[in-house]
Design a protein around this ligand. Sequence first.
Ligand code: FAD
Ligand code: UDP
Length: 369
Amino acid sequence: METNLVVGAGFSGAVTAYLLAEKLGEKVLIIDKKEHIAGNSYDYTDENGIKIHKYGSHIFHTNNEKVWQFLKQFTDLNTYMHRVVAVIDGIETTIPFNINTLYDVFPMSLAKRLEEKLLSVFDYNTKVPILEFQKQNDKDLKFLAEYVYEKVFLHYTNKQWGTSPKDVDSAVTARVPVFISRDDRYFQDKYQGIPVCGYTRTVERMLNHPNIEIKLNTDYKDIKCDFKRIFYTGPIDEYFDYKFGQLPYRSVNFKLETHNHEYYQSNAVVNYPCNYDFTRIHEYKYYLNDISSKTVIAKEYSEDFVLGKNERYYPVPKKENTELYDRYLAEAKKLNNVYFLGRLGDYKYYNMDQAIERAIEVFERIENK
Ligand code: FAD
Ligand code: UDP
């Protein structure tokens, strides 16, 4: 009864377990139904010495000083800054669509004209979500907006979400806004990088505490004891036996390939918005500059989540899904000493830093009670 139960050993669960153990000196049992810790951030070193991100490329980035300082207790991070190359009409360019992209994909005279028009309408360094960017009156800018919509967003979003960009929450495509800048990095956060010891080792260090016991291959439904508090980072609809229906998720399938040459592509991630059935190809050795005569890539295919068939990866941000989630949240609020958090517990499209921030926030509410 004096022990806390944490369900899920991803970042949300691991941060919670660490804080309870270290700051409150309490006992924690952390369980995960998978055979490993670190949740979707899990990585491992393969036989070629290449660190593979099992569930797709994970790049840490944040503007949150507190989260950054928290993470740095457990690992150093390198200074990797993520860029994404997209292949548009066979041309390799960088996205988010930015001023460099204009010069890559259009003839010089047209690119120059579009750049001048853009700078007459938008301030330099402005980020404009595509659905906003489409609200243009000028003929050239209308052309540009339609080009970006069609070549970058339409087909990719269809592959990723199974619907058009207009049918997913506008925040989803706003993650990759048109950027009126020459800064062609994927993220502009102050802090970004890859843990030099890997994500799994980082989480392992968080959980390496005398007050923490870890049980893998253990599902919450098989746990029968009473606990002081429960921190649930699994799916909130599953906790309530789907009594209002299932919350929809998208799943992803990664097809790994090992190639017998040093590099496969020009960049860690190459997006294929218009071609093929996969959305993007990850080449993992770029993240930590792993040295090997071979290389490992993963082609990422999106599909609907189907219970019992595949894993939950992305909550689907949509009005009706938020309403369904709110019904589960109302049930959650009736419980004593059960806290929901994480991508699955909160049904929110969190990045790792947001998952860590949320876990710290839940802990601090308890600490200050
Ligand atoms: P998870 O990592 O999903 O952990 C939840 C854990 O709970 C899982 O291990 C699961 O097995 C366990 N669990 C669930 N139900 C039960 C149960 N009933 N019993 C026991 N255990 C259970 N973020 C970034 O910041 N940068 C990126 O570049 C990035 N790239 C991403 C790429 C992809 C393809 C995906 C899917 C996500 C990406 N993310 C990225 C997001 C990142 O993965 C999440 O923010 C992070 O994993 C959230 O951690 P979590 O602990 O909330 O959830
Ligand atoms: N997106 C797109 N084309 C791209 C990249 C992104 O249409 O080349 C859209 C797509 O809807 C995607 C969303 O922007 O789901 C967010 O992209 P992000 O790279 O942030 O997705 P994640 O890395 O979380 O899968």
